[in-house]
Design a protein around this ligand. Structure first.
Ligand code: F6P
Length: 547
């Protein structure tokens, strides 16, 4: 079943939300908390080891009711059935969107074009398990009989960001293998990444869904050349494996068919870490941890599929984001994990969110008349506090922010963790409450600052507060909770795409640059600049002169 085609701005709910916004834009969190002692009680969701407190948002019961009405009017439930049911909701590419099947139990029946895909999914999972067990256990050896010590993942976009983020996030659970990632076509990136590696003990995992991506193929070729300086062509089979849908191209590259881990066109690149694209994850942390990551994601899938909207974490977070994006005109959202392990979560979700929902044509083929995809950015706390938090606190822009923190630290240094978490709680409180003129004055009185100096400094010291935040407090960073967290954001993307009436699972916007780069490469290598706009032509001429 195709997704319903409804311009959200034409719905009754949207119309009422506009009216409601006219009232709410002047509401303050400070006032709402002061007048309702049950606010936190009302606006939170507890699910498994997650506590999501969304009470520090500029909303009331009516806001939520209207946002849910919006979800109903665009038939979010029907869309969810199509999503999980394997309908080709990626219409412009004629594909289903079934990363959820990759983490479903073996007994599930999920059909694409009438065929149950689960047996194939589990076949590949078994292959991943066998292979990774053998590499980690040292039974699988390199061309001189030594066990592998280093893994190099070569891929870009979804074939890099997901595994890269998870390997970093689960470092605590890692085994002895050193896992590196090469993505950029910048030769300096490959050169730096290959430094210090021993070809006898290095295993390359080439990840490319299409196996046509310029960056990945160039990097793979450079890696192979580097390897062949010490080994022979026959040894390539022992040191290069690939993850792809394009078997023909992979074997053409020289990788043996047994060393190909297949994936399917119904898995989008940016949602593919659950497939064999996660091979580097399974190598880094072992198959069981990889499987637990998938289990955590599946639990979130079940929550999303079955919970009522008012108790549904991805739905509520998506609706809140729409409230700020489309009514408050907030353009970006920040994501601040209070753990260094999640330092790559924001870059990972930048692809997930911005490649998915950065669209301006509606499902009816017409330009949309409302804002879509949000800009996402962030860095771990507390580093971010000393970098860009000034702007969130006192700048002119409204930046709704997600705070993600964990009750327990992994290494168990309680003193550090208490300090970290006191910052976590303090920031959302400061963003809510701000600092009033009276508080500034009291501080000045205490510090003995008076008269002109106090009067001059006062406006700079006032914080208006009233900055919206979500707090996600999770018991512990485990493979399972990480899986649930990633799946949460995946479903948030889906809900927003449904409501914005766009196609979230294609990415035509990245094609033009690729095409132009190919023709410019020909001009650079041929030494002859063809016709461009005058700026590009001038820049190319200058580049060629100095090259
Ligand atoms: O950036 C565009 C894109 O198609 C992404 O969607 C994808 O994750 C990435 O390129 C890499 O593609 P592939 O896995 O086919 O090399």
């Amino acid at each position: 079943m195709a997704l319903q085609n409804t311009n959200p701005s034409g719905t009754q709910a949207w119309h009422e939300l506009r009216g409601h916004f006219a009232e709410m834009q002047f509401a303050t969190l400070q006032e709402m908390f002061a007048t309702d002692p049950l606010r936190a009680e009302k606006f939170h969701i507890k699910w498994q080891d997650f506590l999501v407190d969304y009470s520090k948002n500029i909303i009331n019961e009516k806001t939520l009711q209207l946002l849910q009405q919006l979800a109903n009017e665009v038939d979010l439930r029907g869309a969810m059935e199509s999503y999980f049911g394997g309908d080709d909701i990626n219409r412009t590419e004629g594909r289903a969107v079934l990363h959820t099947a990759l983490r479903a139990p073996e007994t599930a029946v999920i059909k694409v074009d009438g065929e149950n895909v689960m047996p194939e999914v589990y076949q590949v999972k078994h292959k991943i398990k066998q292979f990774t067990d053998a590499v980690i256990g040292g039974e699988k050896k390199g061309y001189t009989g030594k066990p592998f010590t280093h893994i190099v993942n070569i891929g870009i976009g979804g074939s890099d960001l997901g595994p890269n983020m998870v390997v970093e996030a689960l470092k605590f659970y890692a085994n002895q293998l050193d896992v590196r990632f090469i993505s950029n076509v910048d030769g300096d990136h490959v050169a730096e990444s290959l430094k210090g590696l021993d070809p006898e003990t290095t295993l390359f995992v080439i990840v490319s869904k299409t196996f046509t991506t310029q960056e990945t193929l160039s990097n793979a070729e450079t890696a192979r050349e580097w390897f062949l300086k010490s080994a022979s062509q026959d040894d390539v089979a022992k040191h290069f494996v690939a993850v792809s849908t394009n078997i023909e191209k992979v074997t053409g590259f020289g990788i043996h068919e047994d060393n190909i881990f297949p994936m399917w066109d119904w898995v989008g690149g940016r949602f593919s870490l659950w497939s064999a694209v996660g091979l580097s994850i399974a190598l880094a942390v072992g198959y069981d941890n990889f499987d637990n990551l998938l289990k955590g994601a599946h639990q979130m899938d079940e929550h999303f599929r079955t919970a009522e909207f008012e108790e549904n974490i991805p739905v509520i977070m998506a609706l809140l984001s729409i409230w700020y994006n489309n009514f408050f005109d907030a353009e970006s959202e920040a994501l601040i994990p209070y753990t260094q392990y999640l330092q790559k979560l924001a870059p990972y979700l930048q692809q997930g969110i911005m490649e998915s929902n950065g669209k301006s044509v509606g499902r009816d083929g017409n330009p949309v008349n409302y804002q879509t995809g949000t800009i996402i950015w962030g860095e771990p706390g507390t580093n971010s506090q000393h970098a860009f938090f000034q702007l969130i606190h006192q700048g002119t822009k409204l930046i709704p922010t997600d705070f993600i923190g964990f009750v327990k630290s992994l290494h168990g240094d309680q003193d550090h963790h208490d300090k970290l978490m006191s910052n976590f709680f303090a920031q959302t409180e400061a963003l809510l409450s701000g600092k009033t003129e009276a508080q500034v004055k009291a501080e000045f009185d205490k510090a003995g600052i008076t008269g002109e100096k106090a009067a001059y400094l006062t406006p700079f010291k006032i914080f208006r507060g009233n900055k919206p935040t979500n707090t996600l407090l999770i018991d512990k960073l485990t493979p399972q909770s990480l899986g649930s967290l990633i799946a949460l954001y995946e479903h948030k993307i889906f809900v927003q795409g449904v409501i914005w009436n766009i196609f979230s699972y294609d990415q035509w916007g990245v094609e033009l640059g690729k095409q132009l780069a190919n023709s410019i490469l020909g001009e650079i290598q041929g030494g002859e600049v063809k016709e461009h706009d005058s700026s590009t032509e001038f820049l190319l001429q200058e580049f060629l002169k100095k090259r």
